[in-house]
Design a protein around this ligand. Structure first.
Ligand SMILES: Cc1ncc(COP(=O)(O)O)c(C=O)c1O
Length: 469
């Protein structure tokens, strides 16, 4: 079969032929004119259609595969990747599908805390106190870094709890990590960073943000000790973004050796890491590991938010930025929105200073540990052949199925039973691995986790019957 795609390249401009092919295919995929699963011409065919050499097409396809847009398999035609609506696919796995009022019977989505435990009373009190205390001057636009009381409270909190070297002057309050990451990517791109290494697997929204900032993605595999720093060192990446406290989505905690190696790499290359201190507050069986930023505050941009500790809806996060990037980052924040909402910042400052955040976390850690234990033991009974990992910290576990299980069929069977969950493949870039489910346990009480695990095991068995047919 000969496959044609509509691409036009020009030899008169400054853009290389490969860059033009990459750009047009990327745009076609992003805008939906090339749909997930669509077949593309082989490298040989496309080279012939466009009158370019084959390596030009091979390199362009390779880059698009690295960014998660294409699937390239030996002996098969290149296809637009299933996760190539990059932003939507994983986020939709984290959101209930179907009608907006539809609720899953068992909610195993990763990434979301128990929203029913949001401390409404304590927050209301902080909101009221914050509002009564906010000076008139702070009802103006003000400093784009955020209001002073919050920057002071967060610097104290992050130093005490995470070992972050944070002075309030280098703290920038953001609308969640999502905005922090976008500001930093823009800042790095302006500072001359071209290639940024990311963990593979990782969140596709992160990838999309980086591509939008004009950065080239360099995916680096992750194993049980976190990001593979030796692989990173063998690439030409100019910067790296990682989740060392609890790798998302594998759940790996970055080992001490890898942390040291990473800091060595940052110093040798004189470059920058973005530390997404994701899920750091939840740690059950091991003593807390401090933030990477504490090891080299001049080379690590630290990022965090209240999305997993309180609620994503607050849209409150922060960056701690090295001096050399501070002005540029603040300027990006100013251009983005002139600053995050002040009244909520005052409320969070009060909430942290009053010790409410510590109190809430103590309560939630106990609750989540019990739920984690219930899920792990229910899975051991119901699905003993599965390997459950990544549950020493965070709000979800990974459940590795047998090589012969088909992830898509398992997901379909699970959803048919009203079970919401995500699979690891939605987060992969270029890596491969056995079928693996991500089971969030934060939102369900223990009895629901036990019956949900039982029904999930039935779904896995039903999928095996289907796959065998
Ligand atoms: C890896 C990772 N880090 C951080 C966040 C938090 O993002 P935000 O603070 O913007 O809610 C998320 C949310 O999905 C995430 O997946």
């Amino acid at each position: 079969m000969r496959v044609e795609v509509l691409l036009t390249i020009t030899r008169s401009g400054t853009r290389s032929l490969g860059a033009q092919i990459e750009e047009q295919l990327r745009d076609a995929i992003r805008t939906g004119s090339l749909r997930p699963g669509a077949v593309l011409p082989s490298t040989r065919d496309l080279a012939r259609q466009l009158g370019v050499s084959r390596p030009v097409v091979t390199d362009a396809y390779g880059q698009l595969a690295a960014e998660g847009y294409l699937m390239i398999r030996q002996g098969a035609r290149p296809r637009v990747s299933q996760s190539a609506a990059p932003v939507e696919s994983a986020r939709s796995a984290e959101r209930p599908r179907g009608r907006p009022d539809w609720r899953p019977r068992f909610d195993f989505r990763p990434n979301i805390p128990d929203l029913s435990a949001f401390p409404r009373g304590a927050w209301l009190r902080s909101l009221r106190d914050g509002l009564s205390r906010i000076p008139d001057a702070d009802l103006d636009y003000g400093d784009p870094r955020g209001v002073e009381p919050l920057r002071v409270a967060l610097a104290e909190y992050l130093g005490r709890v995470r070992g972050v070297v944070a002075d309030p002057g280098r703290l920038v309050v953001t609308n969640g990590y999502a905005q922090g990451r976008a500001l930093v990517c823009q800042t790095l791109a302006t500072a001359g960073v071209r290639r940024i290494a990311i963990e593979d697997p990782s969140h596709p929204e992160q990838r999309a943000t980086m591509i939008r900032a004009g950065l080239e993605i360099v995916p680096i595999p992750v194993d049980a000790a976190g990001l593979d720093v030796a692989r990173l060192a063998s690439t030409a990446a100019d910067a790296v973004v990682l989740t060392p406290a609890h790798q998302f989505p594998t759940g790996a905690v970055m080992s001490a050796e890898r942390r040291t190696a990473l800091i060595d790499w940052l110093r040798t290359r004189d470059t920058i890491a973005i530390e997404d201190d994701y899920d750091a507050e939840y740690r059950y069986d091991r003593s807390p590991v401090g933030a990477l930023q504490g090891l080299d505050p001049d080379r690590v941009i630290y990022a965090g938010s209240v999305s997993k500790t309180l609620a994503p809806a607050l849209r409150l996060g922060w960056l701690v930025v090295p001096d050399r990037l501070l002005d540029a980052t603040v300027s990006e924040k100013r251009l983005a929105d002139l600053g995050t909402a002040h009244i909520e910042q005052y409320a969070l400052a009060d909430f942290v200073a009053r010790g409410e955040l510590d109190r809430h976390l103590r309560r939630m850690r106990t609750r989540y540990r019990r739920r984690r234990d219930a899920l792990v033991s229910a899975l051991a009974d119901a699905l003993p052949e599965a390997r459950v990992e990544g549950s020493a910290a965070g709000l979800h576990a990974t459940v590795q199925l047998s090589e012969t299980d088909d992830e898509e069929t398992v997901l379909a069977e699970a959803r048919a039973r009203g079970i919401e969950l995500a699979a690891l493949s939605a987060y992969r870039v270029a890596s491969a691995g056995p079928p693996t489910l991500l089971l969030g346990y934060a939102r369900s009480p223990e009895p629901a986790l036990r019956s949900g695990a039982g029904e999930l095991a039935e779904a896995v068995r039903a999928a095996r019957v289907h796959t065998a047919r």
